[in-house]
Design a protein around this ligand. Structure first.
Ligand code: GFB
Length: 315
């Protein structure tokens, strides 16, 4: 939908991805953007979701709402990750169909792909092998969402698109050390270690896994680009096409934060998938490439973090 005249609904607009979508749409002149919070719309309540969609009938629906978390949260709350994500996507996708919503974008995650996939991972590699055990429930839920979209397209002629972002970070990220993803966790830990004057900071696992990181405002730009081009084709990976080891990430975070201690690796924590670099050639062919390099993105994320103290303020 090219024109800012359309009505757009963002679910999960209080989260990192949803709020980035809201910023990007505002910057693009879209004025009819609905961003209901949990109090206004409980996405686990099928009746409420169907009623909301029937009332508002958006021209485009972004499903950015999900129960998300890092490797430890996924592994610890397996039932919650499976149940809540299945319910959220089923309520929204079926409710959209019942309300006559013709176009939506479902956001998944790169963890849907088999643990030991040839790298970089192509969209066609989906369901070609066993999943990474630490986040299998979440991955199964997201795969079900992809299949829901495909099935409503084939049975009812809808144009429901699924996109698979790589690991994301940026403003409004989750900095709870037990449940967050690696990049915000390392930012928080390096920051605290610096303020405390610690000699070391702890990084989980061996430091050898590799991860790809996309700044969340770039993700939002990619999603709006696909919406504006009217893309309604198959699954699309969204990433930078480059990855780093967790050790390299930890060092870059220390450089940005200005912490000069030593890294201590906690081998009692899981490494998870050894590598999950996305093949982004389909996205490139659709006219989009990421533009925020990792070090710049980490600095922007740090400056937007709730615990960030501007050097001038600190002086
Ligand atoms: O980001 P993360 O929690 O999840 O962990 P995944 C990535 C890697 O960073 C793992 C290491 O090898 C962790 O052991 N790591 C090092 C840390 N220090 C830390 C730390 O302090 N906290 C955390 N969390 N990790 C997620 C999935 O997998 O990928 C999600 O669990 C989602 O569902 C996301 O799909 C995109 O990258 O392993």
């Amino acid at each position: 939908m090219n024109l800012p005249s359309g009505k757009i609904l963002i679910t999960g607009a209080r989260g990192m991805v949803g709020s980035a979508l809201a910023r990007r749409l505002a910057a693009g002149g879209y004025t009819q953007v609905l961003t209901p919070g949990r109090a206004e719309l409980d996405l686990l309540d099928q009746r409420a979701v169907h009623a909301y969609l029937a009332e508002h009938r958006p021209d485009y629906l972004f499903i950015a709402a999900a129960k998300v978390g890092g490797i430890q949260a996924n592994n610890q709350y397996r039932a919650d990750f499976l149940y809540q994500n299945l319910l959220i996507e089923a309520n929204l996708i079926h409710g959209a169909h019942l309300a006559g919503v013709q176009r939506l974008m479902f956001l998944g995650s790169s963890c849907i792909y088999p643990r030991d996939c040839p790298q970089p991972i192509r969209e066609e590699d989906l369901l070609t092998g066993p999943l990474e055990p630490t986040n299998e429930p979440y991955a199964i839920a997201k795969i079900a969402g992809i299949k829901l979209c495909e099935s409503y397209n084939r049975q009812y002629g809808r144009q429901y698109v699924s996109v698979m972002p790589t690991n994301l970070y940026g403003p409004n990220d989750n900095y709870d050390l037990a449940n967050s993803h690696v990049l915000p966790a390392l930012l928080r830990k390096a920051h605290d270690a610096k303020l405390r004057g610690d000699a070391t900071y702890t990084v989980w696992g061996s430091g050898t896994p590799m991860r790809e990181f996309l700044y969340v405002d770039d993700l939002a730009d990619a999603c709006v680009h696909l919406m504006q081009t009217g893309y309604d084709g198959p699954l699309v990976n969204i990433g930078t096409g480059e990855d780093v080891t967790i050790r390299e990430l930890a060092q870059t975070v220390m450089d940005v934060v200005g912490f000069a201690g030593d890294i201590v690796f906690d081998a009692s924590k899981p490494d998870g998938t050894p590598r999950k670099l996305l093949d982004v050639s389909r996205l490139k062919a659709l006219g989009w490439t990421a533009r925020t390099d990792l070090k710049t993105g980490i600095r922007l994320a740090y400056e937007a973090a709730p615990f960030y103290v501007d050097a001038a303020e600190a002086a």
